[in-house]
Design a protein around this ligand. Structure first.
Ligand code: WTA
Length: 671
C-alpha cells in the first residue's frame, strides 16, 4: 500500500494521494504497482512521463485482452527526428479492438445495455445489449467481407449517429478494415474528395437522416459523390426511415434486407498493435483536410483509461457524450472508450433544442445519464433559452459534466455548475484534438469540489508532457505565463500519420518547433501550473467546436467568378464561440449586386464544403491589407472583425496603411 499523506496546499494546486486514492480505488488498481514515494497527482504524473514504459506497459497488460503479449512498450521515437519519425507502441503485441470493446463484455454480461440510441423523434430511444451488438457487428463484418473488404481496406461512412453506425465501426475493427467516417453534414464534394483520397471501395450510408425533425437525404448525397468517383464498388444502405430512395441495382445493397443472411459469428482478425484502426479527416491551416490515421492498441488503451479516470466512469454508469459520431469526440467517447470499459453509452441523434430546449434534460431524466459531455456552444445556446426549460426535470443522476471542443467561457462554466449540476457535480473542461486521439488536459474529478478551477482544463493527463513555448521555440517556465502549447513526448493514442502523406504529418506537427508536437493552440498557465487553453494560434477557426481552415474557405470563394481575392478570419461569436468573417475583393468586371453575390458565395461554400463553413459576414473591399512583400496581414483583419480597432499593432509594413481606415469604415456600416 502506498502511504497516505495529505499535503495541505492552497486552492487546488496539488491533488494529494489521499484524495487520489479515495477516488481511484476501483478504477486504478495499478496504482499499487508504482513506487511508494508518490504522494500526489504531480508525483504520479511525473512518474508516468519519466517511466512511461512501466506506466503504460502496466496498464496495457491489465486492461486489454491480447492474442499475443507485446514485448516492448515503446520504440523510443523522438519528435525531433524529422527524418525517420515513426512512433510505435506495444510492439509485437497482437489484439483485436472489437474483441476488447464487445466480445469480452458479451461473454460476461450479454444482457447489459451497450448502446442507448436516443432517436431524433422526441421521447424515443432504443437499447442494444452487448449480445445484440455482438451479433450485429459480426453479421455486418461478414457482409463487408462478402463485398470483398479485407484487412487494411478503407470503408467510408456517411451515417447518422445511431446503433447501426457503431455496429459498422466495430465490424470494420473486427476484420481489420479502416473506417473513414465523414460527418453527415458535409457536401457531396467534400465526401467525394475524402472517398477518393483514401481510395474507398465501399461506402456505408443511410437512406435518410433525421435531425431536429428535418429529413436529410444522405443516400442522394452519396450518389452525387460517387458519380465523381465511380471506383466505389458498393453502397451499403441502412434504412433509417421508411421513405423510398433511388436504388442502383448495380451497386446498392440494403443492409436491412440482407443482414440476417449472414452468420452472427465472425473470427476477429489478428491485428498488430500498430496496425491502423481508423482514419478521420480534420481541417488544418493549409491545404485540403488531412486523413489522420489512428493505430490499434495505443488508441484504445489511452481512450479507455482516460474515460475511466477523467470522467470518473464506474461500470454501471450511463455515459452521455452527446456529440455526433462523425467527429473524434464521438469516435473516442461515444464509441471506443465506453465500449472498451464495458459501459452503456448514449447515441444522441437529435439537437439540444428539438422539439424544445428541454431535450437534453428530458433525455437525461429518462435515460438516467451519469456523465454529460457536450460542447460550450450548446451550453451557451441553452443559456440563451432560459433556465425554465430545466426546471421540471430530475437531473439527480448526473455526477459529472464535461466540456470539449472550444474554450469554455466563465458564464457557461458557472451555469453548467450551478444550474445543470446544482453545485453537486464535478465539472471538467477537457482539451484535446483529432490528432491526440483522447483527452490530454483535464482536471481530475476528485478532491474537494472547489479544487476544480472554473473554465480551466488544468492538468496534463498522465503521460502527457505539455509545455509552453515562445515564438522562437524556447520553453517557458510554466508559471503565470502564456505561450504556444506543445507536447514533448509521444503518447499512446497519438495519430501516427496522415493517410498517404507521412511527410505532411511531419511538416504540420513536428517541423514548426523541432523536438515538439505543435498543437496549433495557445494556452495560459497560472501560478499553480494549471493550463487554460486560449484558442488556435494558427489559421484555423473553431465554429461551435468544428474546425475550419481559413484556407479551405478562401479556396472555395476564390473559385467564384466574382471574386478576385479573399481573406477569411474568425471573430468572437456569442453562441458559436467563433464566427467566420470573409473579406473579399471583386474582379474589376464583376457585374455587382451585393446581395446576389453574397447569396451565391454562401451557396458555393455550402455545396463545396458544408453548411457550418459558410461565412457569417462578407465585406467587399477595394484591396486586402498586404505587407510590401505581398502577404495579407490577417492580424489586422482579425482585429477589425473583432471590433478591436484600437489594437491594430504595428502596421508600418503595410503597403497601403490607408486601407485600414477604409475597411474599418465599411465594417462599421455593415454591423
Ligand atoms: C479546440 C475535438 C479549448 C482546440 C476534441 C483544438 C479546445 C481543437 C478544447 C481540436 C478545450 C478542443 N478548450 N479549446 N477544452 N477542446 N479545443 O480536432 O482548438 O475537432 O485544437 O477535436 O478544438 O478540435 P477537434
Amino acid at each position: 500500500m502506498l502511504r497516505l499523506k495529505c499535503i495541505s496546499d492552497k486552492f487546488g494546486s496539488r491533488l494529494t494521494l489521499i484524495q487520489l486514492r479515495t477516488f481511484l480505488t476501483a478504477k486504478f488498481p495499478e496504482l499499487d504497482e508504482f513506487p511508494k514515494s508518490i504522494k500526489s497527482y504531480d508525483d504520479l504524473h511525473k512518474y508516468s512521463i519519466e517511466n512511461s514504459d512501466h506506466f503504460w506497459g502496466t496498464l496495457a497488460k491489465n486492461r486489454l485482452d491480447w492474442f499475443k503479449p507485446f514485448n516492448k512498450v515503446n520504440n523510443g521515437a523522438k519528435f525531433g527526428d524529422l527524418e525517420n519519425y515513426n512512433s510505435q507502441w506495444f510492439l509485437d503485441g497482437k489484439l483485436n479492438v472489437s474483441v476488447n470493446c464487445v466480445d469480452r463484455h458479451y461473454q460476461k454480461n450479454p444482457n447489459k445495455v451497450a448502446l442507448l440510441w436516443e432517436k431524433d423523434e422526441p421521447g424515443f430511444h432504443e437499447s442494444v445489449t452487448y449480445e445484440q451488438l455482438y451479433k450485429m457487428m459480426n453479421k455486418m463484418a461478414n457482409l463487408l467481407k462478402s463485398c470483398g473488404v479485407q484487412k487494411g481496406d478503407r470503408v467510408a461512412f456517411y451515417m447518422p449517429t445511431c446503433s447501426m453506425t457503431v455496429a459498422c465501426m466495430m465490424a470494420c475493427a473486427r476484420i481489420g478494415a479502416l473506417h473513414s467516417v465523414v460527418f453527415a453534414g458535409f457536401s457531396s464534394e467534400s465526401l467525394a474528395s475524402r472517398i477518393n483520397d483514401a481510395n474507398c471501395k465501399i461506402v456505408i450510408t443511410a437512406n435518410q437522416a433525421i435531425r431536429g425533425g428535418k429529413i436529410i437525404n444522405l443516400k442522394k448525397t452519396v450518389d452525387e459523390a460517387i458519380k465523381l468517383y465511380p471506383s466505389v464498388k458498393n453502397v451499403l444502405v441502412y434504412k433509417r426511415t421508411e421513405n423510398k430512395f433511388e436504388f442502383n441495382a448495380e451497386k446498392d445493397i440494403v443492409i436491412d434486407e440482407v443482414l440476417d443472411q449472414f452468420s452472427s459469428e465472425c473470427q476477429p482478425e489478428i491485428m498488430d498493435a500498430n496496425d491502423p484502426l481508423f482514419m478521420l479527416y480534420t481541417s488544418g491551416s493549409t491545404g485540403k483536410p488531412k486523413g489522420l490515421v489512428h493505430a490499434q492498441a495505443g488508441y484504445i488503451l489511452q481512450s479507455a483509461f482516460s474515460h475511466q479516470i477523467a470522467f470518473n466512469f464506474e461500470k454501471d454508469d450511463v455515459f452521455g457524450c452527446l456529440a455526433d459520431v462523425g467527429w473524434i469526440t464521438g469516435h473516442t467517447y461515444i464509441v471506443y472508450a465506453p465500449l472498451c470499459n464495458g459501459g452503456t453509452t448514449v447515441l444522441f441523434e437529435s439537437s439540444p433544442i428539438y422539439p424544445n430546449p428541454s431535450r437534453y434534460w428530458e433525455t437525461i431524466q429518462r435515460l438516467k445519464i451519469n456523465q454529460l459531455y457536450i460542447a460550450p456552444t450548446s451550453i451557451r445556446l441553452l443559456i440563451k433559452n432560459g433556465d425554465e426549460w430545466l426546471k421540471k426535470y430530475d437531473l439527480s443522476s448526473l455526477k459529472l459534466l464535461g466540456s470539449v471542443g472550444e474554450p469554455i467561457n466563465h458564464e457557461a462554466w458557472h451555469w453548467y455548475d450551478e444550474v445543470v449540476g446544482q453545485k453537486r457535480c464535478k465539472i471538467i473542461d477537457t482539451w484535446w484534438q483529432t490528432e491526440t486521439g483522447s483527452l490530454m488536459i483535464a482536471p481530475l474529478p476528485c478532491g474537494k469540489n472547489d479544487q476544480i478551477k472554473p473554465a480551466m482544463a488544468m492538468r496534463p493527463f498522465f503521460g502527457i508532457d505539455a509545455v509552453l513555448l515562445d515564438e522562437k521555440g524556447n520553453e517557458k517556465e510554466p508559471k503565470n505565463t502564456e505561450g504556444i502549447l506543445c507536447i514533448k513526448k509521444p503518447w499512446p493514442s497519438m495519430a501516427r500519420t496522415i493517410y498517404g502523406d507521412h511527410q505532411r504529418f511531419i511538416n504540420t506537427y513536428l517541423r514548426p518547433y523541432p523536438g515538439y508536437y505543435f498543437t496549433g493552440d495557445g494556452s495560459h498557465v497560472d501560478n499553480d501550473r494549471h493550463f487554460q487553453i486560449t484558442g488556435r494560434v494558427d489559421d484555423v477557426i473553431n465554429v461551435s467546436g468544428h474546425r475550419i481552415g481559413t484556407a479551405e474557405v478562401e479556396d472555395v470563394l476564390d473559385e467564384s467568378h466574382h471574386i478576385s481575392e479573399s481573406a477569411v478570419v474568425g471573430f468572437p461569436h456569442d453562441t458559436l464561440g467563433e464566427g467566420i468573417f470573409a473579406f473579399v475583393t471583386l474582379r474589376n468586371d464583376a457585374d455587382f449586386n451585393e446581395e446576389q453575390v453574397v447569396k451565391e458565395l454562401k451557396a458555393l461554400v455550402k455545396s463545396k464544403i458544408a453548411g457550418y463553413a459558410v461565412p457569417h459576414y462578407f465585406l467587399f473591399v477595394s484591396n486586402l491589407p498586404k505587407t510590401r512583400s505581398g502577404k495579407i496581414m490577417r492580424r489586422v483583419l482579425r482585429n477589425i472583425a473583432s471590433n478591436k480597432f484600437d489594437e491594430m499593432g504595428d502596421t508600418s509594413t503595410l503597403f497601403d496603411p490607408s486601407l485600414i481606415d477604409e475597411i474599418t469604415a465599411k465594417y462599421k456600416k455593415l454591423k
